[in-house]
Design a protein around this ligand. Structure first.
Ligand code: FE2
Length: 408
């Protein structure tokens, strides 16, 4: 077991620790975070060594869970974990021979997990008081509470997940919508874009996503997250991706769990790249073309062709969504491929009007589902349950009433 060291010297060094610091435990201090907020790699120090969020789980690979969290000060971090309630293993992250350290945004992969096995874990962050070339001085170690998760099982017979889209900076919507699920089990949560209006800074990601997710589910169940057109906007849009870790570590990705093979596309912005509001610093046409090429390969892959249920998820629907450039470009690039390779269902957001659209010959020859949002009365939770025989999609409105259902 790893223990905190240098606690006394650290105390005397700082002289004026907060209550959370003196306790040496899991204090999450948003106020301190607000005061001392730093870019992810900043070398300067916030006054207090604290967690800025609970650990949150991501799903980068079939037998892997990434544990991510943020601290107020640069530190050395690791995860203690194990089965049967033990925390006998330790994981940290190594890049090119160097153990990740002197950072505030922590992403540590727990790999080679036993499928379906229950694991316990906690995260630990040891403050780095000073970092000289041959003399590194550690301070306090803070530890999270102990949480549990069930290791993903790509071979399982059934898979279920819930989808949230178009939250638009309304953090209370996350617990509200998740509560509609009740005690129904699910393997992961999928965010289908526009969790934010535009990206301002790290504190927004903490307050409007990581904290409500952490308080609701993400310490024990991973989430995946694809951008909508709004995550591409604002001065922090270029840092956004660092906070998340999808399958294959990419913004667009695929996953295979049990009877489902899913492809997730990043549909980019809604207007043409040359539009003045983008000021010449976006290039989504080329990005969508790159994805179309990748999509064709994925649709032809043995995993996708053999899958019982072929699912695609993306933010902007290429039908029932007006005729702006982004919609039309998605239709032109992706639409024909979806029909040719016979996907079973497409799940989107974006329009803020929920709807279940039956297959339409010559257009989308598969059901197209659009989740709503972000205002009260329009928000939805989409639930997917798939087994060897069928895939059932249910859409709940934010008052709990069922507003859509489709069985493939
Ligand atoms: Fe939206």
């Amino acid at each position: 077991m790893i223990k905190s060291n240098s606690e006394q010297s650290r105390r005397s060094f700082l002289g004026n620790l907060s209550k959370a610091g003196i306790l040496g435990i899991t204090g999450i201090v948003p106020a301190a975070a607000k005061a001392g907020i730093l870019p992810g790699t900043a070398a300067t120090a916030a006054p207090e060594h604290a967690f800025l969020c609970k650990p949150y789980l991501q799903y980068p690979g079939p037998h892997t869970i990434s544990v991510m969290w943020l601290t107020s000060r640069p530190c050395y971090s690791w995860v203690e974990y194990g089965t049967d309630g033990q925390l006998s293993k330790k994981a940290h992250r190594i890049t090119n021979g160097l153990v990740d350290a002197n950072n505030r945004l922590h992403r540590i992969e727990l790999d080679q997990l036993e499928p379906g096995k229950k694991y316990s874990y906690k995260v630990c962050s040891k403050d780095i008081v000073s970092f000289e070339p041959y003399k590194l001085t550690y301070g306090d170690t803070i530890e999270s509470a102990t949480y549990t998760f069930t290791a993903p099982d790509p071979q399982k017979k059934e898979v279920s997940w819930v989808i949230i889209n178009d939250i638009h900076d309304r953090p209370a919507s996350i617990p509200h919508l998740m509560k509609l699920n009740g005690d129904d089990p699910y393997d992961f949560v999928f965010f289908n874009g526009d969790v934010f209006n535009y990206q301002s800074d790290e504190q927004q990601i903490i307050d409007h996503m990581l904290t409500p997710c952490g308080d609701t589910f993400s310490t024990q169940t991973p989430f995946m997250y694809v951008r909508g057109n709004h995550e591409t906007r604002g001065k922090y849009a270029r840092e956004w991706h660092q906070y998340f870790d999808n399958p294959g570590h990419n913004n667009y990705f695929t996953f295979n769990i049990g009877p489902v093979s899913a492809i997730v596309l990043d549909t980019g912005e809604d207007k043409e790249d040359e539009h003045p509001v983008y000021a010449g610093i976006v290039d989504f046409d080329a990005y969508r073309e790159q994805q179309a090429h990748w999509l064709e390969q994925q649709l032809q892959s043995p995993a996708f062709r053999k899958a019982k249920h072929k699912v695609v998820m993306m933010h902007i629907p290429h039908y029932h969504s007006g005729d702006w450039h982004g919609v039309k470009h998605c239709r032109e690039l992706f639409g024909g491929l979806f029909n040719k390779h016979k996907i079973d269902i497409l799940i989107c957001g974006h329009t803020h009007k929920y709807g279940v659209y039956a297959p339409a010959k010559g257009e989308h020859e598969y059901p197209l589902i659009i989740g709503g949002g972000p205002k009260d009365g329009y928000r939805t939770l989409i639930k997917i349950k798939a087994d060897q025989h069928k895939l059932v999609l249910t859409m709940l409105k934010d008052d709990g009433t069922k507003v859509g259902e489709y069985t493939v």
